[in-house]
Design a binder for this molecule. Structure first.
Ligand code: HEC
Ligand code: HEC
Length: 200
């Protein structure tokens, strides 16, 4: 939830992406896959290929529009997509829709493991970014530059997941070291997910 702040604010009156994630796993993943764009285990048995939910076509929709599609989906005869309007209450549809529209926009929370990320953060980032990510680490005041405050939600929302991970991979400015080669891509996602979690 915290990691999705920017998104959650947008989707507040429509759906909760975090509970949508749970519902997605229970009802959709088996066909649409973990990331919405690769066939899940049941999809290989279907006659029709599941829609790519991470595509621009669906990402461009609001959660409410998408919920309508999910609920009212009916295709004559040969559709393999269940009719969710009969199965899930409206709020669940909205939550799932909120999650689906977050699949490519802000999916870090769901890709990274924040528990592992925390351990990485403690060993690799604390010296500069500080124990709580406020930018007051041991080395920070020696650098005499304005440090990002990872707990500042508004500032952090301006940093996309891609930029966040690329900064970790390739470093930034004079002082921020590059971690590619030391942290693999999963570890980068883990620590980035943890950084996201600090903003509240
Ligand atoms: C049994 C497999 C299956 C499950 C489970 C499933 N889908 Fe689908 N879905 C499909 C298939 C196959 C299509 C492609 C078209 C068709 O078969 O009618 C599709 C199409 C879609 C579309 C595109 C509809 C359109 O008109 O553009 C959306 C959105 C969608 N699914 C969302 C979901 C969501 C959200 C869930 C979970 C609540 C879900 N699906 C669960 C198989 C599934
Ligand atoms: C030796 C000090 C140092 C260490 C260690 C360090 N950083 Fe940084 N980091 C910085 C500095 C300085 C900046 C600001 C750079 C700038 O804006 O010029 C920064 C900026 C950032 C930013 C903001 C990027 C942006 O787009 O503005 C992120 C995110 C970040 N660091 C994450 C991390 C993570 C995660 C780790 C641990 C894997 C880490 N840093 C380790 C010094 C450090």
């Amino acid at each position: 939830m915290v990691a999705l702040m920017g998104f959650a604010v947008l989707a507040q009156d429509t759906g909760n992406a975090l509970s949508g994630n749970h519902l997605y796993r229970a009802y959709c993943l088996v066909c649409h896959g973990v990331t919405g764009n690769a066939p899940g285990p049941l999809a290989v048995r279907l006659k029709l290929y599941p829609a790519d939910l991470s595509s621009q076509h669906y990402q461009a929709k609001t959660a409410a529009e998408l919920a309508d599609i999910i609920a009212g989906y009916r295709k004559s005869g040969e559709s393999n997509m269940p009719n969710w309007g009969m199965v899930l209450p409206r709020q669940d549809q909205l939550d799932i829709a909120a999650y689906v529209t977050s699949l490519t926009r802000n999916d870090l929370k769901f890709r990274g493991n924040t528990r592992r990320g925390r351990a990485i953060f403690k060993s690799a980032c604390v010296a500069c970014h500080g124990e709580f990510g406020k930018g007051r680490g041991l080395l920070a005041h020696m650098m005499r530059i304005a440090m990002v405050d990872f707990t500042a939600t508004n500032d952090m929302n301006k940093i996309s997941d891609e930029r966040l991970m690329n900064t970790v991979r390739h470093g930034k400015g004079d002082f921020m070291p590059a971690w590619s080669g030391i942290l693999n891509d999963n570890q980068v996602a883990d620590v980035a997910a943890y950084v996201r979690m600090l903003a509240r």
